[in-house]
Design a protein around this ligand. Structure first.
Ligand code: C2E
Ligand code: MG
Ligand code: MG
Length: 653
């Protein structure tokens, strides 16, 4: 069920990941469509304006023509009226007749141009009425001139007062009508243009508002979804630590955080799972492990992945016992090579009972600190205690002092003899570091594990190695024959691809034969970086430098693993030797068999921590002829060891 819901979550997350792109594409499409609409509208508005402008301009020209024709028509009338009033003055009459004819000609010319503008338009019929009115008028004026010319003044006056007046009125009415028509048309066109413009403007505003709103909504969606995705751990799909902390802040503000226990968990031996089953299966384990925990949690409880196999949770106070039972063993389904396996995963938990007034950062740090203590204390659950803070503080001080210690050369090298118990002679030694701090000697267990955890040990290892090479060179130069000296190197070096080169560089710099050098690596490094381990051993082998596995029997490696690792020496850990000659037959038989098998693999064997003559006798019987222990010597300061080099035979043993 957990798997299924994980699949759905994965699908949802994948969809969610695509969503911002989709929303963004849609937003861009809407924006492009909107902008195209706007461009089209503005083009359309321009086109409407230009079309209407042309029509209105023509209307104005027509109106001008009409005004001009009307004015000239009035002038013509005035000449005709004057003509009729001076009928008996022939000379004057002839003058007025000429004037009237001139204007008539002008009117006819303008009327022609006017006709070109209006024929075929709505004004055509209006034009025809003016035209026919004017024609009637000019014809009757001609009659008046003709009657007056033959002296028939009475008829001329009659035409003037009855017929011509009628003609004038007809033309005037036609002109007025057309004027009204054109003026109305101009008004109508302007009204329509302003209506259309108004509509276009309204549409533009609507488009702009729509564009702004849709873009704003689209972008805010994108931001929201991106933020949601950013809050999710891509591998397990649970929240990440940032989201977890912001959830905690929210609970803190509501004053509800104290109702929870903050738990920092990791999977026991996850590195092994990863290495034995491959990282893809390791990922599956993490996913399903997180899913199982998520299933256990209630809605108001939280989980986030910190990184690696580490998770952080908020579990309600009253459910913590149930949670501890649940986390004891979590069955996690793994599918590999078409086979389904259920792994019973054990976890380590650091727990912190949240108190009032503690900051979110401190809560997370406290749970984390408690988790870091589980390994040191070899416990599965550790509750946070205030005293842990002091230890953490001590570690901080230690790291600062360590930095100064290296600078001020406070670290010195002691040598612990290795003894051949067949001949009871010195056959080698191990370089062991001591910290000479404030005229006191600090033993390695006080700082080596801490430096190793903080990843700061590598510098010290090379410091010791270089000092040891310096000492060997000095012994050689002063005619003292040294023995093979082994130096301890942390497994952290295996991550450094230049590890072997760095060693060889120092050996060459001090011009030391490889037979005097041995490199000790602890066996727990057998699994982690196993390939790097093999490569390193082979590089050393090529140069004739011995490599030994230290503390054999305390880590994960098996004898079969040794077949792949071409090391020269196996150092059996003191804890096995402690159980020799104390009545622990099972342990003795184990030591016997280990020695037997190491010899069978053609490797040298050395036992560490030999403190009694009985232990030495026991080992002699097992054909283990090399030992290291207080029975012969403790780690010795340089000068004391130098004396031992000069006098390598032991009385005891
Ligand atoms: P180790 O490499 O296994 O060194 C042997 C440790 O066992 C030494 O402790 C030595 O003093 C102790 N020992 C030897 N024989 C006996 C015995 O008969 N009885 C008892 N009780 N102890 C015995 P030491 O010097 O305290 O070193 C402890 C560990 O510190 C070493 O274990 C090694 O892992 C680490 N160490 C020391 N120097 C260095 C260094 O330069 N680099 C690194 N990485 N680790 C170092
Ligand atoms: Mg050692
Ligand atoms: Mg050891």
């Amino acid at each position: 069920m957990a798997n299924q819901s994980k699949h759905e979550k994965q699908k949802n997350l994948n969809n969610k990941r695509k969503l911002p792109i989709r929303v963004l594409t849609l937003t861009i499409m809407i924006a492009v469509a909107g902008l195209t609409g706007l461009i089209f509208l503005s083009y359309n508005m321009d086109r409407i304006a230009r079309t209407y402008k042309n029509v209105v301009e023509l209307d104005y020209i027509n109106l001008e023509y009409m005004t001009s024709i009307s004015q000239k028509f009035y002038q013509h009338q005035s000449f005709v009226f004057q003509y009729v009033s001076v009928l008996d003055d022939e000379a004057r009459r002839s003058l007025l007749e000429d004037e009237a004819d001139k204007i008539q000609e002008e009117i006819i010319n303008e009327e022609k141009t006017f006709s070109d503008n209006v024929i075929g338009t709505v004004y055509e019929s209006g034009y025809h009425s003016i035209y026919s009115g004017l024609n009637g008028y000019f014809k009757n004026v001609e009659y008046i001139f003709e009657f007056a010319g033959v002296g028939d003044f009475g008829t001329a006056e009659y035409y003037m007062n009855s017929i011509l007046i009628y003609n004038i009125q007809e033309v005037k009415d036609s002109v007025d009508l057309l004027d009204v028509l054109i003026t109305d048309d101009v008004n109508m066109i302007q009204q329509e243009m302003s209506n259309r413009m108004e509509i276009s403007r309204t549409i533009s505003i609507v488009i702009i508002i729509f564009l702004t709103v849709s873009t704003a909504i689209g972008l805010s969606w994108c931001v929201k979804i991106s933020r949601e995705i950013a809050n999710i751990d891509p591998l397990t799909q649970v929240n990440n630590i940032e989201k977890f902390q912001s959830d905690m802040e929210r609970l803190h503000k509501k004053g509800r955080l104290k109702e929870y226990i903050c738990v920092c968990v990791n999977i026991k031996d996850f590195t092994l799972i990863n290495q034995q089953m491959g990282s893809a299966t390791g990922d599956m384990v993490l996913r399903n492990y997180a899913a199982m925990i998520e299933q256990f949690l209630q809605k108001d409880e939280k989980i986030a992945r910190i990184g690696g196999d580490q998770f952080i949770l908020l579990v309600r106070d009253e459910r913590i016992e149930g949670f501890e039972d649940f986390i004891d063993k979590i069955p996690v389904t793994v599918e590999k090579d078409l086979r389904t396996t259920i792994l019973q995963l054990e976890s380590r938990c650091g727990l912190y009972d949240i108190k009032d007034g503690v900051t979110v950062g401190d809560i997370v740090d406290s749970a984390h600190l408690a988790l870091s203590q589980t390994k040191q204390k070899s416990l599965d659950r550790v509750w946070f205690e205030e005293s842990m803070l002091e230890q953490a503080y001590d570690r901080k001080t230690l790291l600062t002092e360590y930095k100064n210690g290296i600078k001020d050369k406070e670290f010195v090298v002691y040598y612990q003899p290795k003894v051949n118990i067949l001949s009871n002679t010195l056959c080698g030694c191990e370089a062991l570091v001591r910290w000479q701090k404030d005229s006191k000697i600090v033993p390695p267990y006080m700082f080596i594990p801490a430096l190793e955890e903080e990843g700061r040990i590598t510098e010290l290892d090379f410091y010791v190695f270089e000092q040891m090479c310096k000492d060997i060179r000095a012994w050689l130069d002063s005619g003292i024959t040294p023995v093979r000296v082994s130096s301890n190197f942390s497994k952290l070096h295996l991550r450094n691809t230049e590890f072997a080169d760095n060693i060889l560089e120092i050996v060459e710099r001090y011009d030391i034969e490889s037979k005097y050098i041995e490199i000790e690596l602890t066996e727990s490094s057998g699994y982690e970086d196993f390939d790097a381990f093999i490569k390193f051993v082979n590089r050393m082998k090529e140069r004739g430098i011995f490599v030994s596995i230290d503390d054999f029997g305390t880590g994960f490696s098996s004898l079969s693993l040794l077949k792949q690792l071409d090391v020269d020496v196996i150092k059996i850990d003191k804890s096995f030797i402690d159980g020799v000659c104390v009545g622990d037959e099972a342990n003795e038989s184990l030591v016997k068999n280990i020695i037997y098998m190491i010899k069978d693999l053609n490797r040298h064997v050395i036992c560490e921590g030999v403190e009694t003559a009985e232990q030495a006798d026991f080992l002699r019987k097992q054909n283990c002829h090399m030992v290291q222990g207080y029975l012969f010597d403790k780690p010795l300061p340089h000068d004391v060891f130098e004396k031992r080099l000069k006098k390598p035979k032991y009385e005891k043993g």
